[in-house]
Design a binder for this molecule. Sequence first.
Ligand SMILES: Nc1nc2c(c(=O)[nH]1)N[C@H]1C(S)=C(S)[C@@H](COP(=O)(O)O)O[C@H]1N2
Ligand SMILES: [Mo]
Length: 501
Amino acid sequence: MRPTIAAAFAGTACAAVALATAQLAAAAVAPGSAPVAAIGAAVVDAVPEPVKEFAIRTFGEYDKLALLAGIGTALAVLAAATGVAARRRPWIGYAVLALLGGAGAAAALARPAASPSWAVPSLVGAACGAGVLALLLRERLEGPAAPGRAVDRRGVLIALGGAGLAGAAGWRLTGTSDLEDARNAIDLPAPVDVGPAGAGLDDAADIDGLTPYLTPNGDFYRVDTALVLPRVLPEDYTLRITGRVANPLELSYRDLLDRGLVEREITISCVSNEVGGNLAGNARWLGVPLADLLAEAGPEPGADQVVSRSADGWTAGTPTEACTDGRDALVAVGMNGRPLPLEHGFPVRMIVPGLYGYVSATKWLTEIELSSFADFDAYWVRRDWKAQAPIKTFSRIDTPKPLATVAAGQVTVAGVAWAQQRGVARVEVRVDDGPWSEAELAPVIGDDTWRQWKWTWEAASGRRTLEVRATDGDGAVQTEERVTPFPDGATGWHSIVLNAE
Ligand SMILES: Nc1nc2c(c(=O)[nH]1)N[C@H]1C(S)=C(S)[C@@H](COP(=O)(O)O)O[C@H]1N2
Ligand SMILES: [Mo]
C-alpha cells in the first residue's frame, strides 16, 4: 500500500474513532447530542425551503437517511484528505478535529432541548480522534522518496476495529429498545366514547392499488424534522398547559389515560403534498378532547393561538378556535388500537381535524402554551409558511398507475379524496378533456376522513389522460389552478396518462 493511501485510511480511522466515541458519550448524555445528529439537525433547521421540498420530492420518507448518508460521505472524504495532508503537516489533522469537534459541540448546544452537557460528546470524540492520530503517525521519516511521517498500518486496522465496536455499542445504547419496551408494556384503557367506525367501498379489497380506508400504523406516512427520535418515557412524561391561561395544568401520562378517552377516525395530511401526493393517512386516534383540557386551563381573552411544543423543541401554532369549536381536536395517545408508534409521536401527540400537520399535529408533545398569532411564530411559520393552514380539497387517482398499460374495455379507476371538516360530497372523473362522470363514493361517518371512490371506465384503445376532481360538502369544486405546496398547500387536479390497448 502506498504511504498516501495508508494516510487516507489513517485519517478515516481517526474520524471513525471520533464519531464512535462521541456516539458512546452521547448514550450517557442524550442521543440528540451526538455530533452527526446535532449537525444534521442544524442542517434540517437551516436549509432553505426549496431544498427541503426537493429532498421530500426526491427522497420521500428517506429524506433523513439521505441527509445522514450525505453527511457521512462528506465526512469520509474530508477525513481521508486530512489524513493525507497530516502525514506531512500533522497540525492540519489536529486543526480539522478541533474544528469539527467545536462545530459538533456548538450545533448540539444550539438544539432547543440542549443542556450544557450536550457539548461533551463532540469534544470527547475530537479528543479521542486526536489521540489516535498521534498514535498512528509515527515520528520516523520514510526517506527522500516519500517524505512525511510513516503510518502505523496495524494501528489503523486496530483503530477501525475499535471504532466499529464502540460505534456499535453507542448506536445500541442510543437506540430505542427501552422506548419500545415501555410502549409494549402499556395497556390502553378502552374509550369511554367510541366513535363510529367507517368503511371503504364494499369491493375495496378487490381493487388492486386502492389506498385502504384505514392506514395500518406501519404504512403511515412520516414527516418531521427529527433525525433522532425524541426519547420520552411515559413514566417521566408531563404535559404542561401554560401561557395565557387562568389555571396552568400539569398532567402525567397516567392522568391523561385516566381522563376518559374518546376514539375518532381522522385523516391527517401534510402541506408538502404535491397534487396526487401520498403524504396522508387515516387512523383511529384515541385521546383526550383538547377542548376539555383548554376549558380547565381557561384561556385568557385574546389568546388566539395554541402553541404546541415537542420534546425536541419543534412548535406548531393552531387557532384556539379550531381547538374549541366542537371538532374532534385530540391530545392523542393511541393510534389504531395501539399506543402511538415511536415515529408518530410516542407517547403523546396532537391531532386536529381539518388543519395541515405543520400547524396542528405536534408529535412527542410536551407543552401546550396559550399565546397569540401576533406574539409567536411557530417553526414553519418562521420559515415563511402560512400561519393559517386549513386543508385544501384533494383527490387522487390510485389506480391505474401513471403510464400503465391497461386492456381496452372495462377498467376500474379508483382513489381517495379528502376535505376534512367540509367532507367530500362528489368525485368526478374525465377522460381526455371529455365530459365529467360521477364516481361512486364509499359510505362516510363524518367529514374528517378521506373517502374512497371508484369509476368504471369503458376504455377505448390509445393514449389516454384521466383527471379527477372532488366537490366538498359546501358545494365548492376543487380548483383546477395549479399552485405549489409552499406556502399553504398545493392545488390542482390530479391527472395521469396511460395506454389502453
Ligand atoms: N415534533 C414534531 N411534530 C410534528 C412534526 C415535526 O417535525 N416535529 N411535523 C408535523 C408535520 S409537517 C406533519 S405533516 C405531521 C405528520 O405526522 P406523521 O408523521 O405521524 O404522519 O406531523 C407533524 N408533527
Ligand atoms: Mo407536514
